[in-house]
Ligand binder design. Structure first.
Ligand code: IVH
Length: 592
């Protein structure tokens, strides 16, 4: 198996393009660009549509047979789709492990007291080379295919775009991010775009691959002893840097958990300026032995919040004393309680930090969506004693607001209007706004849908709550005990008396999509997105704009984006526009 020449600057990509043009007679070639997956290279052979063999790179000359293991990978079909598969088809792709699966695997290994994998690539490699296919089967792997190595008796394929399409038709997953382009500018933009999206893909990529699209041109360009001349890898700058911990501060979250945060000497990582990193909790600080003044390696991958990988040891350097978590809440001075590795301020809404966070959450986009209630405003409202619980938001007057620093008449009126508008609020938003431990948007929606009114949710006991799909015993206990607590009851009561109406949806939904939560992504050919959503709702579905664990179905049109990836990562059913039409039973007439 060959490998790719790899570069990290645009200048080298330009030179590659010039070399290609020199061989092809100066004409602007078209390129296909796609992510460079950070996994392990895999070759799979199908005979008469049936999976015959699979091998990895091995030592580069001789592959390593991993057929039985690859047969356990769900996204690799045992039999190609379609009725006329090629007599012989050898395809190449990259096997990888999604970050979520990697984390779950490591957590399990750790529980079992076995060594963990350093990164998803090692985990994928280790899993695919298992001697026992049953072990591979238990470790979710995935594959993106990107090339046909040889084919006998298949369709005529002239370029990479039709190649990727053919793969998809046979049921072999290709990257949804592959794109065609012809200028260096487009390549640069794509590289930048993916570098930004990188942390949200759910799997690791380490750059982009640029390939000449035309397959005949690839033949003419040929291959050196190690690299094809028709492709090049344009890697990302490493997303890991070294810096120093300048200080450690402690933040109090909405639920009272104290999180130590490292204030870092600002450092650019993968194009983003990083100044802070979470230190998680007391145990993590001790495990990594991190202190103020230490030099550390900071990584930005998978998660939005940067993380400190480890301390880089400078021999002989004098270090500061170990950092000790405070015994009292840094905001309200209440004595901190320990819960496993966590420290928690037990003071609840009597702690200004928790109160501020709760109010912020109450007005946030997926809750009451109160525009103009930003962190500074919340801060001022609480500090001035104008708001002591979320219910107090509904007693604010213009006279109160103009007393706040930086609040002009106009913004006061605007905020009051927004608060007033929020009085009539869909039940799920109100439930989400309450900040019940463990209840996010999707559970809030489930509760709202199931019970229909706030009264019914409030008075449901644990057993009744467990009747809601997706609500288990722990969640049921949290919800029931939240509504039993006198403070919660008082606040809800006050909100009601101050004009808040949580509006449930009592309509019983019917139709082929009854009770399903549906998300659309990508361009549709036969109707506009809005029309399609309306159709879905008419068929009984609830339509939302983002994919989450509460999503039942994703309709993917042309060039689907991150939502498609996320759906795949979560194992959600994905259908195309034609299947959607079929499902809701309409004819394919233009709706544009
Ligand atoms: S095309 C070399 N496309 O990167 C033959 N390779 O260092 C043409 N890789 O061994 C390869 N993602 O395992 C291609 N989208 C992608 C890729 C990709 C990852 C791997 C592949 C190859 C290595 C080269």
């Amino acid at each position: 198996m060959l490998s790719l020449e790899s570069v990290t600057d645009l200048e080298s990509v330009r030179r590659f393009d010039e070399r290609v043009r020199a061989v092809l007679g100066g004409k602007r070639p078209r390129y296909v660009i796609e992510p460079k997956f950070d996994g392990i290279s895999l070759e799979v052979v199908y005979r008469d549509g049936l999976l015959l063999s699979a091998s990895t790179r091995g030592d580069g000359d001789r592959g390593e047979g991993v057929t039985e293991n690859v047969k356990t990978i769900r996204s690799v079909p045992l039999r190609l789709y379609g009725d006329a598969p090629p007599r012989l088809l050898a395809v190449r792709g990259e096997a990888f492990m999604r970050l979520a699966d990697f984390r779950a695997l490591n957590a399990r290994l750790e529980r079992e007291g076995r060594p963990v994998f350093a990164n998803p690539r090692n985990a994928a490699a280790g899993s695919i080379r298992q001697l026992d296919p049953r072990i591979t089967a238990g470790r979710r792997l995935d594959v993106f295919f990107y090339d046909i190595l040889s084919m006998d008796g298949g369709p005529r394929i002239a370029d990479d775009v039709s190649l990727l399409r053919a793969l998809t038709r046979w049921g072999l997953h290709a990257s949804p991010h592959a794109r065609e382009c012809s200028t260096i500018d487009e390549i640069a933009r794509y590289h930048h775009e993916l570098a930004e999206k990188r942390d949200t893909l759910g799997y690791e990529i380490d750059g982009i691959v640029i390939k000449v699209a035309d397959l005949a041109a690839r033949k003419r360009l040929q291959t050196t002893s190690r690299h094809p001349r028709w492709a090049i890898a344009f890697k990302f700058k490493p997303s890991e840097e070294e810096t120093t911990i300048e200080n450690i501060v402690v933040q109090v979250g909405r639920t009272g958990v104290l999180t130590p945060v490292a204030i870092l000497r600002p450092v650019e990582i993968g194009g983003v300026m990083v100044t802070r990193a979470t230190l998680h909790n007391r145990q993590e600080i001790a495990r990594k032995d991190l202190r103020i003044g230490d030099t550390v390696r900071v990584i930005r991958a998978g998660d939005v919040i940067p993380d400190i990988v480890e301390r880089t040891i400078r021999s002989g350097a004098r270090r500061q004393r170990p950092f000790i978590m405070p015994a009292r809440c840094p905001v309200c001075r209440a004595a901190v309680e320990h819960e496993g590795p966590f420290d928690r301020c037990p003071n609840g809404l009597a702690c200004p930090a928790q109160l501020k966070r709760s109010i912020g959450h109450f007005g946030s986009r997926d809750a009451l969506d109160i525009r103009g209630l930003g962190p500074e405003t919340v801060d001022a409202l609480v500090s001035k004693g104008l708001v002591r619980s979320v219910a107090d938001l509904f007693t604010l007057t213009a006279r109160d607001l103009v007393k706040l620093e930086g609040f002009a008449d106009v913004s006061a009126v605007r905020l009051l209007k927004a608060i007033d508008k929020a009085r009539r609020v869909p039940l799920w938003r109100f439930l989400n706004a309450m900040g019940i431990p463990g209840v996010g948007v999707s559970t809030a929606r489930d509760l709202a849908e199931h019970f229909g009114t706030l009264d019914r949710v409030q008075s449901a006991d644990e057993r009744t709550l467990m009747g809601v799909p997706d609500i288990g015993p722990t969640m049921a206990r949290e919800v029931a005990s939240f509504f039993r607590r006198p403070v919660s009851r008082r606040i809800i009561d006050l909100c009601r008396r101050r004009g808040v109406q949580a509006i449930g949806s009592n309509v019983r939904r019917r139709g082929p999509l009854a009770g399903k939560t549906v998300v659309f992504t990508g361009g549709l050919d036969w109707m506009t997105r809005e029309a399609a959503e309306a159709r879905a709702r008419a068929a009984g579905a609830r339509t939302v704009r983002s994919v989450g664990s509460g999503t039942d179905l994703v309709v993917a049109g042309r060039d689907p984006g991150l939502k498609y990836d996320r759906a795949r990562a979560l194992g959600i059913r994905v259908i195309d526009e034609r299947q959607f039409q079929h499902l809701i039973g309409t004819s394919q007439r233009s709706q544009r």
